[in-house]
Design a protein around this ligand. Sequence first.
Ligand code: FES
Ligand code: FES
Length: 162
Amino acid sequence: MKRSISFSVNGDTVQVEVHPHWNLLRVLREELELTGAKQGCGEGECGACTVLVNGLPINSCIYPIMEVEGKDVLTIEGLASRDGALHPVQEAFLEKAGVQCGFCTPGMIMSAKALLDANPDPDEEEIRQALAGNMCRCTGYIQIIESVKHAAALLSSIEQEA
Ligand code: FES
Ligand code: FES
Protein backbone atom coordinates (compact mmCIF):
# COMPACT_ATOMS: atom_id res chain seq x y z
CA MET A 1 0.00 0.00 0.00
CA LYS A 2 1.28 3.47 -0.85
CA ARG A 3 2.01 6.07 1.81
CA SER A 4 2.29 9.82 1.57
CA ILE A 5 5.58 11.47 2.50
CA SER A 6 6.74 15.05 2.43
CA PHE A 7 10.22 16.41 2.02
CA SER A 8 12.09 19.28 0.37
CA VAL A 9 13.70 18.97 -3.07
CA ASN A 10 15.87 21.82 -4.28
CA GLY A 11 14.10 24.20 -1.91
CA ASP A 12 10.54 23.20 -2.77
CA THR A 13 8.39 21.08 -0.47
CA VAL A 14 6.94 18.06 -2.23
CA GLN A 15 4.36 15.51 -1.18
CA VAL A 16 4.59 12.14 -2.90
CA GLU A 17 2.68 8.86 -2.76
CA VAL A 18 5.28 6.11 -2.46
CA HIS A 19 5.60 2.43 -1.81
CA PRO A 20 7.70 2.05 1.36
CA HIS A 21 10.21 -0.23 -0.40
CA TRP A 22 11.07 2.36 -3.06
CA ASN A 23 14.40 4.16 -2.98
CA LEU A 24 14.99 7.88 -3.29
CA LEU A 25 16.44 7.65 -6.82
CA ARG A 26 13.29 6.01 -8.14
CA VAL A 27 11.13 8.72 -6.65
CA LEU A 28 13.35 11.53 -7.95
CA ARG A 29 13.49 10.15 -11.48
CA GLU A 30 10.08 8.57 -11.94
CA GLU A 31 7.74 10.48 -9.65
CA LEU A 32 9.34 13.94 -9.66
CA GLU A 33 10.89 13.80 -13.16
CA LEU A 34 14.28 14.89 -11.88
CA THR A 35 16.48 12.74 -14.08
CA GLY A 36 19.86 14.37 -13.35
CA ALA A 37 20.85 11.71 -10.82
CA LYS A 38 21.64 8.58 -12.82
CA GLN A 39 20.96 4.90 -12.28
CA GLY A 40 24.27 3.11 -12.76
CA CYS A 41 24.94 0.03 -10.66
CA GLY A 42 21.83 0.34 -8.50
CA GLU A 43 23.82 -1.16 -5.63
CA GLY A 44 25.56 1.74 -3.95
CA GLU A 45 28.88 1.16 -5.73
CA CYS A 46 29.25 3.71 -8.56
CA GLY A 47 28.04 7.07 -7.22
CA ALA A 48 26.11 8.03 -10.39
CA CYS A 49 22.99 8.52 -8.27
CA THR A 50 24.63 10.80 -5.68
CA VAL A 51 22.46 13.58 -4.24
CA LEU A 52 22.73 15.51 -0.99
CA VAL A 53 20.40 14.80 1.92
CA ASN A 54 20.66 17.42 4.63
CA GLY A 55 23.92 18.51 2.99
CA LEU A 56 25.60 15.10 2.95
CA PRO A 57 26.23 13.00 -0.18
CA ILE A 58 24.31 9.73 -0.33
CA ASN A 59 23.74 7.02 -2.92
CA SER A 60 20.09 7.62 -3.68
CA CYS A 61 19.71 4.18 -5.35
CA ILE A 62 19.93 2.50 -1.96
CA TYR A 63 18.50 5.28 0.21
CA PRO A 64 15.08 4.15 1.51
CA ILE A 65 12.43 6.65 0.57
CA MET A 66 10.78 6.49 3.99
CA GLU A 67 13.97 7.92 5.52
CA VAL A 68 13.61 11.11 3.47
CA GLU A 69 10.52 12.33 5.33
CA GLY A 70 11.08 15.92 6.47
CA LYS A 71 14.61 16.14 5.07
CA ASP A 72 16.22 18.47 2.52
CA VAL A 73 17.29 16.88 -0.75
CA LEU A 74 19.52 18.70 -3.20
CA THR A 75 19.96 17.32 -6.71
CA ILE A 76 22.01 18.55 -9.64
CA GLU A 77 18.90 20.34 -10.93
CA GLY A 78 18.98 22.54 -7.83
CA LEU A 79 22.53 23.81 -8.28
CA ALA A 80 22.12 26.36 -11.04
CA SER A 81 20.44 29.67 -10.19
CA ARG A 82 16.78 30.10 -11.06
CA ASP A 83 17.94 32.38 -13.91
CA GLY A 84 19.93 29.49 -15.36
CA ALA A 85 23.43 30.62 -14.32
CA LEU A 86 25.57 27.61 -13.57
CA HIS A 87 26.91 26.95 -10.09
CA PRO A 88 30.69 27.51 -9.85
CA VAL A 89 31.28 23.76 -9.43
CA GLN A 90 29.39 23.13 -12.68
CA GLU A 91 31.31 25.94 -14.37
CA ALA A 92 34.61 24.48 -13.18
CA PHE A 93 33.82 21.02 -14.59
CA LEU A 94 33.09 22.59 -17.97
CA GLU A 95 36.19 24.77 -17.97
CA LYS A 96 38.55 21.96 -16.93
CA ALA A 97 37.00 19.25 -19.14
CA GLY A 98 35.81 17.19 -16.17
CA VAL A 99 32.94 15.96 -18.35
CA GLN A 100 33.10 13.51 -21.23
CA CYS A 101 30.03 11.29 -21.67
CA GLY A 102 28.52 13.00 -18.62
CA PHE A 103 26.98 9.93 -17.01
CA CYS A 104 28.98 10.24 -13.79
CA THR A 105 28.96 14.03 -13.79
CA PRO A 106 25.86 14.85 -11.70
CA GLY A 107 27.09 12.52 -8.97
CA MET A 108 30.66 13.83 -9.19
CA ILE A 109 29.48 17.41 -8.94
CA MET A 110 27.22 16.73 -5.95
CA SER A 111 30.05 14.94 -4.12
CA ALA A 112 32.39 17.82 -4.98
CA LYS A 113 29.87 20.36 -3.72
CA ALA A 114 29.49 18.52 -0.42
CA LEU A 115 33.27 18.45 -0.04
CA LEU A 116 33.71 22.15 -0.80
CA ASP A 117 30.85 23.13 1.52
CA ALA A 118 32.66 21.34 4.36
CA ASN A 119 36.23 22.07 3.29
CA PRO A 120 36.66 25.06 0.95
CA ASP A 121 40.37 24.43 0.36
CA PRO A 122 40.91 20.67 0.04
CA ASP A 123 44.23 19.18 -0.98
CA GLU A 124 44.42 16.55 -3.71
CA GLU A 125 44.24 13.64 -1.30
CA GLU A 126 41.12 15.07 0.32
CA ILE A 127 39.53 15.51 -3.12
CA ARG A 128 40.36 11.94 -4.08
CA GLN A 129 38.90 10.64 -0.83
CA ALA A 130 35.71 12.68 -1.25
CA LEU A 131 35.23 11.31 -4.77
CA ALA A 132 36.28 7.74 -3.95
CA GLY A 133 32.69 6.50 -4.23
CA ASN A 134 32.14 8.08 -7.66
CA MET A 135 33.26 6.03 -10.65
CA CYS A 136 34.08 7.52 -14.06
CA ARG A 137 34.65 5.30 -17.09
CA CYS A 138 35.84 8.13 -19.36
CA THR A 139 38.10 10.80 -17.93
CA GLY A 140 40.78 8.95 -16.00
CA TYR A 141 39.96 11.25 -13.07
CA ILE A 142 42.77 13.77 -13.69
CA GLN A 143 40.45 16.36 -15.23
CA ILE A 144 37.89 15.75 -12.51
CA ILE A 145 40.45 16.42 -9.78
CA GLU A 146 41.52 19.56 -11.65
CA SER A 147 37.86 20.59 -11.92
CA VAL A 148 37.37 20.36 -8.17
CA LYS A 149 40.56 22.37 -7.53
CA HIS A 150 39.31 24.98 -9.99
CA ALA A 151 35.87 25.01 -8.32
CA ALA A 152 37.54 25.73 -4.98
CA ALA A 153 39.40 28.65 -6.57
CA LEU A 154 36.25 30.02 -8.22
CA LEU A 155 34.28 29.80 -4.96
CA SER A 156 37.11 31.44 -3.07
CA SER A 157 37.28 34.36 -5.51
CA ILE A 158 33.50 34.82 -5.30
CA GLU A 159 33.74 34.88 -1.52
CA GLN A 160 36.49 37.51 -1.62
CA GLU A 161 34.43 39.73 -3.93
CA ALA A 162 31.37 39.51 -1.68
S1 FES B 1 23.49 3.82 -9.11
FE1 FES B 1 23.63 4.31 -7.03
S2 FES B 1 25.67 3.90 -6.48
FE2 FES B 1 25.49 3.20 -8.56
S1 FES C 1 32.44 11.34 -18.01
FE1 FES C 1 31.72 9.41 -18.72
S2 FES C 1 31.54 8.22 -16.93
FE2 FES C 1 32.51 10.02 -16.28
